[in-house]
Structures are given as structure tokens and as C-alpha cells.
Design a protein around this ligand. Structure first.
Ligand code: SF4
Ligand code: SF4
Length: 179
């Protein structure tokens, strides 16, 4: 979601900043896996979100995730996004930006997390917002699922929580985006 230096659609991977490479390998914060909604933080965010056909809930001051403008891992409306999209940093991205060091371990952590997610989903577990995260497996399958979910939750908690506390959302009257 973050990284103000993220690329345009034709930027070659070798020309990207490290932060952009991480976010383009990821996209989890826009996908709804981490949170069912993202906050509107500034008065103009309501207009931006509505203009870009995000699923706004004005009275709660949020737009719903997964974001309809997420295309794979790329934001289709990168230059015209709500404030939170340019400011959110997960813990993994913040560590990379603040502490430096090689990017490869961070890319590997993202890849491993997505691998675990894909495995759990292949076994019928849904990570969609609002879905009950329950697993149905038995025998060896159950053990594999339990260890998958355990590692996945640890990784989500360690790497993908927000590094900074976001301000409370600005709330707008219900129906504020209509007309
Ligand atoms: S979860 Fe982190 S690394 Fe992934 S897209 Fe969001 S800010 Fe970038
Ligand atoms: S507008 Fe772009 S950056 Fe913001 S949630 Fe949607 S896909 Fe992500």
C-alpha cells in the first residue's frame, strides 16, 4: 500500500526503489488479509476514494478491503490514492527502510507468507474479510494445516502489522459520496 516512490506501470524492476520492490512483491495491506478496511484520514480522502470507486463507508470513515483497485500487487490508481495508501508502513517495510540491509530476506519473508496463505486457501481456509478462519482437516493434513496456520499467524503478526499507529478515521455523514 505504501511507498511514495512506487513505480509507474512500465518501470523495470531494476529501476525500482527497494521499498517499491517489496510492496510490488506483496500487496497484502490492500488485499483485506490484514484488515477489513482502511481509514480515511484527511477531508479530501472521501472525494479521492469515491472518485476511484473505492467502497467507502462514510459514516465509519473507511473504505472496505480488498481494494477494487488492487490489480495483482499493483495499485491501479497509484497517483490518486487516499492518504493512508501513501503513509501505511507494515513492520517489515519499516524495518527495511529504517534499518537498511539487504532486501533479499524481506522479499523471502513476503514470499514465504504468500506461500503459506496460498496453501491454507488451497485447503479451504478463507482469509477474506469477515470470513470465519476455520480449518477442516484430519490426520496428517490437520497437522500440516496447524503448522501452516501457526507460522502464518506469527508472520502476519511480526511482519505485517502497522509499524506506526494511524490516527482515528475522519467520519462523514452517511451517503456523503452520493449525488
Ligand atoms: S503489507 Fe507492507 S510490504 Fe506489503 S504492500 Fe503493504 S506496506 Fe508494502
Ligand atoms: S487505492 Fe491502491 S494503494 Fe490504496 S488500498 Fe487501493 S490498491 Fe491499495
Amino acid at each position: 500500500m505504501s511507498d511514495d516512490s512506487s513505480p509507474g506501470p512500465v518501470t523495470a524492476p531494476s529501476e525500482l526503489s527497494g521499498s517499491a520492490r517489496l510492496c510490488l512483491a506483496c500487496g497484502l495491506c490492500c488485499s483485506g488479509v490484514l484488515s477489513p478496511a482502511a481509514p480515511l484520514l484527511k477531508p479530501g480522502d472521501l472525494t479521492v476514494a469515491a472518485r476511484n470507486r473505492l467502497r467507502v463507508v462514510p459514516e465509519e470513515g473507511v473504505f472496505a478491503l480488498p481494494c477494487p483497485r488492487l490489480n495483482g500487487t499493483r495499485c491501479e490508481t497509484y497517483t490518486d490514492r487516499p492518504t493512508v495508501c501513501g503513509t501505511f508502513r507494515c513492520a517489515l517495510l519499516a524495518r527495511f527502510e529504517d534499518e537498511g540491509g539487504p532486501i533479499e530476506p524481506h522479499l523471502a519473508a513476503i514470499a514465504r507468507t504468500k506461500e503459506l496463505l496460498a496453501f491454507a486457501e488451497s485447503k479451504g481456509m478463507s482469509f477474506a474479510p469477515g470470513a470465519e478462519r476455520k480449518m477442516e482437516a484430519s490426520g496428517a493434513d490437520a497437522y500440516e494445516m496447524m503448522s501452516t496456520v501457526h507460522e502464518l499467524m506469527q508472520r502476519l503478526h511480526t511482519d505485517f502489522v502497522g509499524a506506526e499507529t494511524l490516527p482515528d478515521p475522519l467520519k462523514f455523514p452517511a451517503g456523503a459520496t452520493e449525488g
